[in-house]
Design a protein around this ligand. Structure first.
Ligand code: NDP
Length: 439
């Protein structure tokens, strides 16, 4: 891989995968000989574009947009769009790379892609968000299609943004088709898509625990994030009898020993879009720790007593010191709703200590899997019930767990689901690439 500057997260993701693949490459050298890895780490296509738009003061603003079409070995490119000021080419590339293996693990016919913009939606009016989304789509529309590339949401992109982008796509092309997932329920969206990543991440944890005769019932849980994934992780944890006591946002960490009040959380983050600090107005017994008061070597959220942890905010939000604190406080299960939330050193600790550790590319695959169910419903003009989709999601998460766990056993590291996920995902993509020839 030719090295490029400023792609730290991408190299981190690639290194983790390559390390896990060592035993496979020893057993099956044809993967090395056919230079599959060199082909896989190079995206099929990367698009970078200008997004000019007009703010409420009449000023022209300009942002950078990205879409990376990484691998179409298994199907149309599929992966979310992220709107966050930290977005750059390296972040989109790491997310796109992870997406290839995640999508392969679902067993569904979807390739890997990702996109986004360095746009900060915070404090922007609805009208500004709409104008930005329309301008983003003015370029993106020529690269996507229901059988070529089907983007979805990610950080900063939810139902509102998908709606504005879909409206603009329709206007530009004159076509009403399943070109985006995470759509509104009135116009082609699937039930359970909104809940899917969070629910799936909890189902994955349940599967890990069940395999060892345990369950989430009665367990105290730490959750980070306060967005789409975190909210529905918390909702499912309550449904399964667990008690989630934390959540976080970019302003700080909220701790409520009685359990986070879900309705208040939804009101603050899905409707009002304000800081978690406002939770204290309603529940003064809770504690709020601002980011400025976090420990120097990590994050306040991972320093509370708990049985299980669900990192659901962003990459590298759980350091090695956080990992040690979790273990010291009795945590034996970590299921990742976010993409690459644990640093490589933290992952090493989880694996060395043999806790139940579900890496993001396996544990958070429920979102993309349900996106594919949305594509299926759109293509067949059907609409399935909540129960039908939820049952499929549960079956898919159970299959992903089995795939990772069986592969880890095959390579004599039964506790190492990182190795299991990477090898199982890689084999499916690599075999498809080999069968399709050098293209
Ligand atoms: P949202 O935008 O809905 O929520 C993100 C949450 O994390 C917000 O509470 C946000 O704080 C916080 N956050 C984001 N970036 C940072 C940061 N740099 N530092 C501190 N806090 C931060 O995004 P999602 O819930 O959709 O995504 C969360 C994670 O899950 C991401 O890693 C994403 O890639 C991954 N994921 C999402 C899927 C989906 O279906 N949505 C599917 C698979 C993975 P604030 O409220 O202040 O903005």
């Amino acid at each position: 891989m030719a090295s490029s500057p400023a792609q730290t997260e991408f190299y981190q993701a690639v290194e983790e995968v390559l390390e896990s693949l060592e035993p496979l490459l020893e057993q099956s050298p044809h993967y090395r000989d056919s230079r599959i890895i060199e082909r896989m780490v190079e995206p099929e296509r990367q698009i970078m574009f200008r997004i000019p738009w007009v703010d409420d003061q009449g000023q022209v603003q300009v942002n950078k947009g990205y879409r990376i079409e990484f691998s179409s070995a298994l199907g149309p490119y599929k992966g979310g769009l992220r709107f966050h000021p930290s977005v750059n080419a390296g972040i989109i590339k790491f997310l796109g790379f992870e997406q290839i293996f995640k999508n392969a693990l679902t067993g569904l016919p979807i390739g890997g892609g990702k996109g986004g913009a360095n746009f900060d939606p915070k404090g922007r009016s609805d009208q500004e968000i709409m104008r930005f989304c329309q301008s983003f789509m003015n370029e993106l529309y020529r690269h996507i299609g229901p059988n070529t590339d089907v983007p979805a949401g990610d950080i900063g992109v939810g139902a509102r943004e998908i709606g504005y982008m879909f409206g603009q796509y329709k206007r530009l092309t004159g076509r009403y088709e399943g070109v985006l997932t995470g759509k509104g329920l009135l116009w082609g969206g699937s039930l359970v898509r909104k809940e899917a990543t969070g629910y799936g991440c909890v189902y994955f944890a349940s599967n890990m625990l069940k395999a060892h005769g345990d369950s989430l019932e009665g367990k105290t849980c730490l959750v980070s994030g306060a967005g789409n994934v975190a909210i529905y992780t918390i909702e499912k944890l309550y449904q399964l009898g667990a008690r989630p006591v934390t959540c976080t946002d970019s302003s700080g960490t909220l701790y409520d020993s009685r359990g986070i009040d879900l309705e208040t959380l939804k009101l603050l983050k899905e409707h009002k879009r304000v800081s978690l600090r406002e939770y204290l107005n309603e529940f003064p017994h809770a504690e709020f720790i601002p980011v400025g008061e976090y420990p120097e070597d990590g994050h306040a959220v991972w320093r509370f007593q708990a049985d299980a942890a669900f990192p659901c905010a962003t990459q590298n939000e759980l350091t090695v010191a956080d990992a040690r604190a979790l273990l010291a406080n009795g945590c034996r299960c970590v299921s990742e709703g976010a993409n690459m939330p644990s640093t490589p050193e933290a992952v090493e600790v989880f694996i060395a200590e043999r806790i139940h550790y579900g890496p993001g590319k396996a544990a958070n695959a429920g979102g993309v899997a349900t996106s594919q169910l949305e594509m299926s419903q759109n293509a067949s003009m059907q609409r399935w019930t909540f129960e039908q989709v939820d049952q499929q999601l549960q079956a898919i998460m159970a299959d992903i767990y089995t795939r990772c766990s069986e592969t880890a056993k095959e390579f004599d590291q039964p506790h190492n689901l990182v190795l299991g996920a990477n090898i199982a995902g890689f084999r499916r993509v690599a075999d498809a690439m080999l069968e399709q020839g050098v293209v």
